[in-house]
Design a protein around this ligand. Structure first.
Ligand code: GLP
Length: 251
């Protein structure tokens, strides 16, 4: 287990936060080496080993616990969890999603700004509060009909020049990949029911208070968050489709 005894080398100040690098090491050990119920290094051991704050070490373990890869026993530490039945849901871009439904995707840009990350956005993107993020707000259309409003937050350090990008093709994911070399390889999305507020109603062309689906998505590229997005989809025009397979071995 690399985090015990072996001097760990981290790339500091690079695009991948230290916390994500430690997570990668632990996750690889869990996936490849450690049996179920094996102890993980304590927060103190991780902090010493990697020369990081205890908070950083805790965040790493928190993520593994949150993902069901590890569990905590009060007073004893964290241990490798039994593999779960996992639903792998493909998280498509809006462009891919709408095309797969046989429709033509389009976008109208509502705003594009450089803003300081507030506490919530900073926590999602694993930045410090106040660090610059690019905010992109778009009205998304399918066959010319408005269908969703999406607000994307991107770490500015990983997307230099984004304010001037012409977003050719209208796909943010394509721009992230082609211009910034950020291929989204992991993501989490939560979906909740909601109703449309006054501004969104106007943009989406529906009565205020109409049913809506709210998506919250965090996407990662190379282990680090690259986009935190919130989207409001028209409940009368959008039906969620999920394809999945099950994997007992994956954790
Ligand atoms: C989905 C996600 C958004 C993401 C978008 C990218 O709609 N909910 O978080 O920004 O896809 O789509 P595109 O590449 O078409 O801009």
């Amino acid at each position: 287990m690399p985090a015990r005894g072996v001097e760990a080398s981290l790339q500091r100040g690079g695009p991948v936060p230290v916390y994500s690098q430690i997570y990668d090491v632990l996750r690889a050990s869990i996936d490849r080496e450690l049996p179920v119920d094996a102890p993980l290094p304590s927060e103190r051991e991780l902090a010493q080993q990697y020369g990081v704050a205890r908070m950083t070490a805790r965040k790493t373990i928190d993520r593994l616990v949150g993902e069901g890869r590890a569990y905590r026993v009060p007073g004893r530490g964290a241990f490798v969890a039994r593999p779960r039945l996992i639903m792998r849901v493909a998280l498509k871009s809006f462009t891919e999603d709408i095309r797969s439904r046989g429709m033509r995707p389009d976008s109208r840009e509502l705003s594009r700004l450089l803003v300081p990350a507030d506490d919530e956005i900073a926590a999602k993107l694993e930045l410090s509060p106040g660090e610059p993020v690019h905010l992109l707000e778009r009205l998304r259309l399918a066959d010319n009909a408005p269908i969703a409003i999406e607000r994307s937050h991107l770490p500015a350090a990983r997307t230099p020049g984004f304010l001037d990008d012409d977003l050719v093709g209208g796909s943010l994911y394509a721009v992230l990949e082609q211009r910034y070399g950020c291929v989204i390889d992991e993501g989490e999305q939560s979906i909740s029911a909601s109703s449309v507020g006054a501004r969104a109603a106007k943009l989406l062309g529906v009565p205020k208070g109409s049913a809506a689906l709210c998506f919250e998505r965090l996407s990662r590229a190379g282990g680090a968050p690259i986009e935190y997005a919130t989207s409001v989809y028209r409940g009368d025009r959008y039906q969620l489709r999920v394809t999945f397979d099950t994997d007992r071995a994956g954790r």
